[in-house]
Design a protein. Sequence first.
Lengths: 133, 409, 339
Amino acid sequence: MRLLPLIPELVRQLFREPATNRFPAKYLPPTVTGFLRDVASGKTRLIPPVPTPPEFRGKIAYARDTCIGCGLCTKICPSHAIELLPTKKVRIWVDQCIFCSQCTSICPKSSLSMSAEFLLADEDRYSENLIVE
Amino acid sequence: MAPDEKKAPYTVQIGPVHPALKEPVMFTFEMEGEQVKAVDFAPGQTHRGIEWMGMRRNPVQIVHLTDRICGICGVVHTLSFSLAVEQIAEIQVPERADYIRSILHEFERIQSHLLWAGVAAHELGFDSLLHLTWRVREQAMDVIENLTGNRVNYGIVQVGGVRRDIAPEQHPAIEQCLSAYEGLLEKLLNLFLDDRTIAMRCRDCGILTRKDAIELCTVGPTARASGVNVDLRQDYPYAAYGDLDVRAILPEQHMGETHGDVFDRIVVRLLEVGQSCQIIRQCLSEMPAGPITAEEKLAKLLLICKKAQGEAIGRVEAPRGECLHYVRMDGKESPTAWKVKASSYSNLMSWIPMLIGEQIADIPIIVASIDPCLSCTDRVAVVREGQRSILTKEYLHRLSVEKTRRLQR
Amino acid sequence: MTPAGIAVILGWCVFFSLFAIAGGLFLLGVDRKLAAHMQARIGPPIRQPFIDVAKLLQKENVVPANAISSIFHAAPVIALASSIVILFYLPVGSILPVLGMYGDLVLVMYLLTVPALAMVAGGFASGSPYATVGAQREMVTMIAYEFPLAIVVIGVAWRIGAAGLASPFALATIAATPIWTVVGPIGFIGAFILLLVLAVVTPAELSRIPFDTQEAETELAGGLLVEYSGKNLAMFYLAQGVKTLVLAAVIVAIFFPWNLSGFLAMPPWLAIPADLLFFLVKAIIVLFFAVTLVRVGMARFRITQVVSIYWRSLSVIGLFGLILLMADAALPALVGVGL
């Protein structure tokens, strides 16, 4: 097998576990919503995703009470995802967010932070899940 | 083509969308049987107007925009842009930040080269090798994610320094990854270079002579594989590379001779993975303590950038070759001019001497062999009334002369 | 022939057609699963080819504007039909060839080219440069692998004939007398070489890597099949599955014709299904070494390299095997003369 060095490796791999993480299920379920319903009712088990690293930059979290409405975050946001409301609070459009975490580092009151949540796919870009305020 | 020559009997168009191309570019091949007689290509299919967007943002925001010029080179473009802005604003980057930049830069090179190796294997129809290299690449991605918080679009470099420090507790993870790669490199070299089928397909295929490589101003691994000794890290050190021992990798160091073919490009890239591991090791051991950014307060940094006036060029040795950002600031919030020259821009023209005389079967691997990144490259798309038009060199030259006269007035 | 006899034959034909389609798709599924596991992936479930075909059958047939419509539509039908027909001449498990009395191994060899020719016709009729290049390559490949294939067929049949058996080309004879049992030690090596040659011809017959230049996804975007969609593509897909089964059946019939019922005494109602299952197991093993392992372990060749491999290397190796078989048959006679 000197001329085809990959063959022994392939045969060895045949008897090993595949490298794929089977999140959320081994094969695509017939209906995803049905699958999620089953998971919620405890009928099936969700195979967990690969854990996120420390200081992962996921969906933004906003502590509304500590916000002083300085608007620095709106100035620094590269994708104009943050809107300063007349009430001196901000609204974050997560569908536009690029997860750079620049706003969390400029915020003087540390009102903004990045959570570990990353399952943000949605059919509606204005859905409740994708607006933080 | 001379009039007495026989006209090629048929044309094959590859692109803008084709399985051989990972990014859109349009090729027109004049074929004779299976052989390529003439070739033309038209880039400009993925123009996104990034520079236009940049001119409406401040440097701190642009840094994150540069992250997205390329899907792979997150550090390269941000670093290149930051270097330019730091020169204009006369910001002194702390030494520790320089070392962290170099470490991330080399991790990026590792993952980019492994990604390329996988793509090259796929173009040859060798999907198992694709799966293997990309599985191996995950280790680098995991370390990058650990250090920066994201797998791609790291958002780690900022004007004046870096945004995250490398903590001592992160060293074991890096060390583990590096030793894994050093062990794997031997295996990868064996899998790619000793495989008979890969040698049959890549040896003496898509040759770029040393002369052509120099005349066409190729950069990076494409030039090095043709025996041209260029590497920005050795010729024009930036970040921490001045303190480090970096020498350009040339194929004759490993193979004893230079062919300038696809095979040599594989050799150069795989060896650079090993080189990057050594550089990261050296960086980790020599990294000084200290601050990681020149200006911690972002609001103050914005103010400094706003006051800055002048122009500068930031040059960085990307995994694909030299990447260059030109920035001009006139004391306004956003730069008045920002020009990006990605490394693939310099390499595209080398396709023509490589492709002529080769077979259809070799087109995908030759096209992939320069590791083209077209969305990085495409800066202009001219569409007038729905018609595309070609701007010649003479026309562009006339335009720039006119503009210079206008400015002089 | 009596009407009852015709009815029996027709019944078997229908059974074999269904078996060919189901078995072929099953083999494709197993191939994909094994390949995926070798590449450290999970891969699709084994029933995936059935799902694919079901989906394709619901899709629209798109005919390119400059295609020759009649040939374009006829090609997939011919490819599928001819692939199924080959199976009627082959022994499957302990079932003797249904149409065995009307054709032998030479006919099978000819029939094997028909699906490929249908694909060539379909490719040329597509009116796309990719398909045209693919069709040209398919023809060249066909010419390239025919010779080594012929060497194998003739070598084995000739050796069985030399052993004094009547009608050596008939598959029933070949299946009843495994080549390994009639040869001496030299012939054993010769037969083994021919087995290897046939194994190398298989990927080209099935247009799999490294000999899939005619479809070459990264070069020709599917080559011959680039313009096919919907039901036509489904038929080509089925033909691919049936061809896989047929090639496995050819190798099994020539080189591994043993049946479970030959070793274990079992009632006839059990023997046929048991032997069919055993046949599938043999087919999977043969295909694993001839197709799956090869296709995941190698890069694709250029068309010029395909030709030189088959014409030069493989033909020489095949002829060497043939000479060994001949020597094996001639040796006792020569030794006898010497005495």
